[in-house]
Write a protein that binds this ligand. Structure first.
Ligand code: S3P
Length: 433
């Protein structure tokens, strides 16, 4: 499935993008191990979060089919999961496998978890190392999935200094910590998304986050709760960029999660000159939420502050499209993590930008992009949803048609992207050939 985009146009109106992916995964995981019935609204019905849902069903948890983002989970308590009968396949989802392997390490049963071609290449040593220190036994294929988790291990609480700023690793260790003896704590080299900590607190499980140390004590219980998931800022980011670069745009994104560990994209785009207004800021279920109004504005290149990188990690491909439309050079550094996402996002973005005639130079940890006029061209997504959506927005400023090849993976994080984008003014058609 490919996207064909006509050049030009603008984005206008008011839309709500689908629910936050990180929170959707966590709502299923924590709701499943809580005691009682958890109701979720705003759930992302994308392939990744649905893969987590299927995996917990396979472990005996009763979860209703999501309907317009609503579902209920009959929590089985910390000790109520059952051995899955088959290998659990989480498709493209790094968050599912890394968080779940922490949880599975503390179970009395053996389990095996795998995924698609992209996931089979992604590094799991980053979770296997700390979990092994806790006493887990995890088999892998040279540090990559499939992962085989041995059950019945007695885990010990540890302190772990994260070598990479990764919320997935932090969360995996904390979830294992629920089943370990004593206290489990982590420190991060830089702050990363804190949805696990916030949601555990929401389930009545105390997580301490003092002085840069995040810790919890085993032996507690999670109590079912209601979870209202806001729109995903990572999905909103494509529209923030699209409206910023396309003359005549005036778009409002409703009910977007603006957690301070996720809103780097707003600060980066504003530093480039973007006109983004944060309206009606409020707290919804312990998470900050706002409406974002974005209007076209001339952008200029910047050096992206390295401390913003973990706070905008999934939005950087979209930011690089803004950089291609900005006056002067944008420099991204400290972003080597982009090389181990659903694709090598530094290489994928460089290749696509070059296709569109935009001068760029890659570095091991980032890329320099010189703003200029974009031609049309054919873009390879490397089966990466965020590459597909980023280059779709580029059409708003391209001189000619753009074909974005192989876009089926967009459904992992943003079902309905093409319809919503067309509704706002993107001139996009979906076709198989
Ligand atoms: C996620 C954390 C990030 C992010 C991913 C979702 C999460 O990964 O890229 O899309 O939900 O914890 P890392 O923690 O590996 O950086």
């Amino acid at each position: 499935m490919h996207f064909y985009l006509e050049p030009g146009g603008s984005l206008t109106g008011s839309i709500r993008v689908p629910g936050d992916k990180s929170m959707s995964h966590r709502s299923i995981m924590l709701g499943s191990i809580a005691e009682g019935r958890t109701s979720v609204s705003g759930f992302l019905e994308g392939d990744d979060a649905l893969a987590t849902l299927s995996a917990f069903r396979a472990m005996g948890v009763r979860i209703t089919d999501p309907e317009a983002g609503r579902l209920t989970i009959e929590g089985v308590g910390l000790r109520g999961l059952r051995a899955p009968e088959q290998v659990m396949d989480v498709g493209n989802s790094g968050t599912s496998i890394r968080l779940m392997v922490g949880l599975l390490s503390g179970q009395p049963f053996d389990s095996m978890i795998t995924g698609d071609q992209s996931l089979l290449r992604r590094p799991m040593g980053r979770v296997i190392t700390p979990l092994s220190q806790m006493g887990a036994l995890i088999g892998s294929r040279e540090g990559c999935p499939p992962l085989e988790v041995k059950g019945g291990r007695a885990l010990e609480g540890i302190h772990y200094d994260l070598p990479v700023a990764s919320a997935q690793v932090k969360s995996s260790v904390l979830l294992a910590g629920l089943y370990a003896r004593g206290r489990t704590s982590v420190t991060e080299p830089a702050p990363t998304r804190d949805h696990t900590e916030r949601m555990l607190n929401g389930f009545g499980y105390p997580v301490d986050t003092q002085g840069g140390v995040i810790s919890l004590e085993a032996g507690g219980a999670l109590t079912a709760t209601d979870i209202d998931i806001p729109a995903d800022i990572s999905s909103a980011a494509f529209f923030l960029v699209g409206a910023s670069i396309a003359p005549g745009s005036d778009l409002t994104l409703e009910h977007v999660g603006v957690n301070p560990t996720r809103d780097g994209v707003i600060r980066i785009l504003r530093a480039m000159g973007a006109d983004i207004e944060i309206m009606n800021q409020r707290l919804v279920g312990g998470e900050p939420v706002a409406d974002l109004r974005v209007r076209h504005a001339p952008l200029h290149g910047i050096e992206i502050p390295v401390e913003e990188v973990p706070l905008a990690i999934d939005e950087l491909p979209a930011v690089l499209i803004a950089a291609a439309c900005a006056e002067g050079m944008t420099v991204l550094s400290g972003a080597e993590e982009l090389r181990v996402k659903e694709s090598d996002r530094i290489a994928s973005m460089a290749e696509g930008l070059t296709q569109l005639g935009i001068e760029n130079t890659t570095r091991p940890d980032g890329i320099e992009v010189v703003g200029g006029e974009m031609t049309g061209g054919v873009i390879a997504t490397h089966l990466d949803h965020r590459i597909a959506m980023s280059f779709s927005m580029a059409a708003l400023r391209a001189r000619d048609r753009i074909k974005v090849r192989d876009c089926a993976h967009v459904a992992t994080s943003f079902p309905g992207f093409s319809e919503l984008a067309v509704r706002c003014g993107l001139q996009l058609e979906v076709a198989d050939e």
